[in-house]
Structure formats: C-alpha cells, structure tokens
Design a protein around this ligand. Structure first.
Ligand code: PXL
Length: 289
C-alpha cells in the first residue's frame, strides 16, 4: 500500500522539544515515512537558554543529497524549518529544484515581534526568496512582517491576516498560511491560495510554550503528505497543537516545549477521522471567509 515519504530539513536541538525532535515523531506517527536532513546540532534550542553549543552541518548537506540522487531516492514532499545561514537557504533552494514533491517552508525566525537569537532582517529577506519556491508557507505574523518588510502589527486578527496574506502570496508561493490568528476568544490559522480564504479556529488557550509552531507545521506537513484537503490539514494541525498545549498548561517545568508525547496517540484518530470538513454540517460550524 502507498506510503508517502517526506524529507524534513531543520536542526536537531538535542534538548528542548522543537525542530527535528518533534517533526520526526509527529510525522512518523501519522504513518508518513520521514527522512531527515539535520542542518545543525545544538545542545538546546536558542529560546531562553544561554551558552548553547552549535555544530554547523552545512558542509554535509550536498554530499548527503548527492548520495540520495545516486540512489534514486525521491520524496512526496519536502518540509523545511529552522535554517541557520544564507548558504543553507541557497542549498535548500537547490534541493527544492532537484527533488520532487510538495515544498513546505516554515520560515522559523521570529515570534512576538522579535527575531530569534542570531537572525537579522536581511536573513528574513533571504528566507522570503526561498518562500517563492514553496507550495506552502506557514509563517506567524512576526515572520510575515519581517519577510515583507512591514511593521509588526501586534496580535494578528482575521482582518490583519486578510491584509497580509495576498502580499505573502506575492512572494511567489502557492498557498500562504498565517498561524496564531486570534479572533475574540479563539485562536487558529487563516490560509489563502489566491482564490479562497480558509480558516480554522479552536480555543485560545492563554499559554505560551516553545516549539508549538514546529508541532503545528509537522502535523500540517503529515496531513498534506496524506493528501488531506487544505481545510482538513489546517484542522488536524490546530487540533493536535491545542491538545498538546492543553496537556502542558500548569506544567511550568516544561515551558521549553509542549508535552506532545502524551497527545501523539490521538494523531492516528485525527488522521483517519472521516469527513474532510467541507460538508454542510462542518461548513455551518466553522465560518469560511
Ligand atoms: O522552535 C523553533 C526553533 C528551532 N530550532 C532552534 C531554535 C528555535 C527557536 O528558537 O532556536 C535551534
């Protein structure tokens, strides 16, 4: 039976529950073969930790992908997350050109109006160029602001999302998804493919944990690889992320990452659950823009 295979390209933060240490288990749990290309190995992620180690693996990227080419290995999709340098952006662009499947770019760089340690506004423009080659991009509003050179508007409302999304599409991607959109007491995502806006919201849990963007993007990648429609893919990713956050609330020891391990068993059910969400009942329940 058909099993999709995706490649995910991002760092390994050994401690801290983000990037590859969440992408690999989450996408695998969805029944999708997950090939990894680590771009760097860090002792921890860079959010809130000091003196972390950083082993750059840029030099290994080309030999690894050359070997895959020689072995005729290919993919149904490629999902990129945290990338650490202009050279890595260039190499990933080459990989996009020479391997198959959908291309999903999570331009991991920033949150809450600020760039993460080590990133510059120029890097954000380089990331915007990589987005031109993507079928899907999934920035938060801070990353979108830096990539478009626009002022950070603060909380991303649905109206702000509708203002930003057409401009994100002008970067050249197929579908842009803004994550972290807040509508009253709900939080969710809004997508735009140049024709339709598609949105999905769940409860707005008043909690901030590191790595939730990576959890969301990983579940979204798995759902797209399984050929779920856009609405269903957004829904699976939001519902899974909310489940992970819910389990983590009150756990002040683990703000460096959510307790996704305890929710991972729910993913198989979310993936196999019937309707696409575009039937009448679902349409009545969730408002489309
Ligand atoms: O969660 C995103 C992420 C991934 N990888 C590294 C990070 C961060 C966010 O800070 O530092 C190394």
């Amino acid at each position: 039976m058909y099993q999709p295979r995706i490649l995910t390209i991002q760092d390994i933060s050994c401690f801290g529950k983000c990037s590859l240490t969440v992408a690999l288990p989450i996408i695998s749990a969805m029944g999708v073969e997950t090939v990894i290309l680590p771009t760097a190995v860090l002792s921890t992620h860079t959010g809130g930790f000091k003196n972390f180690t950083f082993r750059d693996l840029t030099e290994d990227i080309k030999p690894v992908t050359d070997h895959w080419k020689a072995e005729n290995i290919d993919f149904n999709g490629i999902y990129t997350g945290y990338l650490g340098s202009f050279e890595q952006l260039r190499l990933v662009g080459e990989i996009f050109d020479s391997f198959g499947g959908f291309k999903l770019v999570d331009p991991v760089m920033a949150d809450n109006g600020k760039l993460y340690t080590g990133f510059t506004p120029e890097f954000a423009l380089g990331m915007a160029k990589l987005c031109s080659k993507a079928d899907y991009i999934v920035p938060n509003i801070t990353e979108a602001s830096f990539m478009l050179g626009r002022e950070y508007p603060g909380v991303c409302t649905p109206a702000i999302a509708r203002d930003f999304l057409p401009r994100l599409l002008e970067l050249g991607c197929g579908t842009a998804v803004l994550t972290g959109v807040v509508e009253n007491d709900r939080q969710g995502v809004v997508a735009y493919d140049g024709r339709d806006y598609t949105e999905y919201y769940s409860d707005n849990l008043d909690a901030k944990f590191h790595g939730t963007g990576d959890v969301w993007a990983s579940a979204f990648c798995g759902a797209v690889a399984l050929k779920k429609d856009l609405y269903t893919s957004l829904r699976i990713a939001v519902d899974f992320t909310v489940s992970c956050i819910r389990r983590s609330i009150g756990d002040d020891e683990h703000r460096y990452g959510v307790r996704f391990e305890e929710s991972i068993g729910e993913l198989a059910g979310m993936v196999s659950a019937g309707p696409s969400g575009r039937n009448k009942k679902e349409k009545a329940k969730y408002r489309f823009l």
